[in-house]
Design a protein around this ligand. Structure first.
Ligand SMILES: [Zn+2]
Length: 116
């Protein structure tokens, strides 16, 4: 019985380590708010592409404060307050050509890789 408990304990320890390793490696956190957050970041990503085309902004460039405010016009609801991370994360818009990032859930590109 004791050996069985030891084996179960070791298995749980390995499972926890694997979870920690995978989330540390990718730098994102999975919870019930992940998918709505991913949807917000997708909208930000699409809005970034639209604004980059509208203002002829090249890949690798940063948006100005005004352009970041303007992004909301290209998202559903037309305002940033409609696109808050339910876990309280802040969005990092990032450079043109890069995916947005949530301070809690991580980078959109890492989440996509994980979900594949
Ligand atoms: Zn988030």
């Amino acid at each position: 019985m004791t050996k069985l408990l030891q084996k179960a304990g070791i298995f749980i320890l390995i499972a926890i380590s694997a979870i920690c390793f995978s989330s540390c490696k990718t730098g994102f956190m999975a919870d019930n708010n992940l998918l709505p957050c991913v949807n917000n970041m997708r909208q930000i990503e699409t809005a970034k592409r639209t604004i980059a085309m509208a203002h002829s902004i090249d890949n690798g460039e940063l948006l100005s404060r005004e352009q970041i405010k303007e992004l909301a016009m290209y998202m559903t609801g037309g305002r940033w307050s409609a696109h808050q991370c339910a876990s309280g994360g802040n969005y990092i818009v990032g450079r043109i050509g890069q995916t947005p990032e949530c301070s809690i859930h991580g980078k959109l590109e890492d989440i996509r890789t994980y979900l594949k």
